[in-house]
Design a protein around this ligand. Structure first.
Ligand code: SAM
Ligand code: ZN
Length: 279
């Protein structure tokens, strides 16, 4: 619930601490933010443009696919890694949380922690708000100052979402860890050519590290690979969830899928990295 994480939140207008008021969140300067019927708060400044937000269709697709359990091994590996850092009552921030799928698994494994799901898509946040009892969900932009107190998060989770190194550094506790998940080059291997998908850049991991340099240093890294047997409908969903969604129109995708077996084996390849804060 949002009440679990209010103590970590600050006002997006003036930066002062937020508190729970009658029907919303309130700062000492009188800035107020409604809590939606679904239990989330919108902390986007009035002039924000949610250009990169997931659409309702993308959110529905991701929810269905993740719910079917194809990324379970990744979620479990992430949850175990976070649980080894987070002990006692601490806040785990999921930056770009989507539907809250990964944060929920993390909270299952860290029974005293509370989770803050942050995403710019209100459609995603609406789902995240009901994903777990100890999870609070907030609409916010990762490219703006985050509505969190300095050092508020004992862990930050960032799964296929934008990374704001300076703000992650500010809101992460001195002893905390930042966990990132990125696709690695073999991801979706056999599908890339026949479906005309975008390939994962060979230097993707290197680029992630470079974007965090100056703020974080690598602490640990592991490859997480599995194979899923997916129906054509599931492949279509998976493509709709990723960067190729805007690249390959749905009708072309279905036409190309016709030449492939149904169901078919698909490699899923990720890199899970843990970063420590530099001083
Ligand atoms: C590929 S999805 C990953 C979602 C989730 N981590 C998962 O793996 O299921 C990327 C997410 O980042 C969010 N996003 C994109 N730009 C953002 C921004 N500037 N601020 C906050 N969230 C953003 C999208 O709305 C979407 O939910
Ligand atoms: Zn304020």
């Amino acid at each position: 619930m949002l009440a679990d994480v209010v103590e970590y939140l600050v006002c997006p207008v003036c930066g002062a601490d937020l508190a729970m008021a009658d029907r919303g969140l309130l700062c000492p300067a009188g800035h107020t933010f409604d809590i939606a019927r679904q239990g989330y708060a919108n902390l986007l400044p009035g002039n924000a443009r949610p250009g990169t937000a997931d659409t309702p269709e993308m959110v529905r697709a991701r929810d269905a696919f993740l719910g079917a359990g194809h990324f379970t091994s990744l979620a479990e590996r992430l949850a175990r890694s976070v649980a080894s850092t987070v002990t006692g009552k601490a806040c785990v921030l999921d930056a770009g949380a989507g539907t809250g799928h990964y944060l929920s698994r993390v909270l299952d494994r860290s029974p005293e922690a509370v989770g803050l799901a942050l995403d710019i898509s209100k459609h995603a946040v609406r789902r995240a708000a009901r994903a777990h009892a100890r999870l609070g969900a907030v609409v916010a932009d990762l490219w703006r100052p985050l509505p969190l107190r300095d050092g508020a998060a004992m862990a930050i989770v960032n799964v296929f979402a934008p990374r704001n190194a300076a703000e992650f550094h500010r809101v992460l506790h001195d002893d905390g860890l930042l966990f990132t998940v990125t696709p690695s080059p073999g991801h979706l291997g056999s599908l890339v050519e026949p479906l005309g998908l975008l390939t994962v850049d060979e230097r993707k991991t290197e680029r992630t590290d470079a974007a965090l340099a100056g703020y974080f240093k690598l602490d640990a890294r592991q490859n997480v690979a599995s194979e899923a047997v997916l129906t054509h409908a599931e492949v279509a969903t998976l493509v709709a969830m990723g960067p190729s969604a805007h690249h390959v129109p749905a009708d072309q995708l279905w036409a190309r899928l016709e030449s492939l077996p149904d169901p078919l084996p698909v490699p899923l390849c990720f890199v899970l990295s843990a970063f420590r804060r530099l001083d």
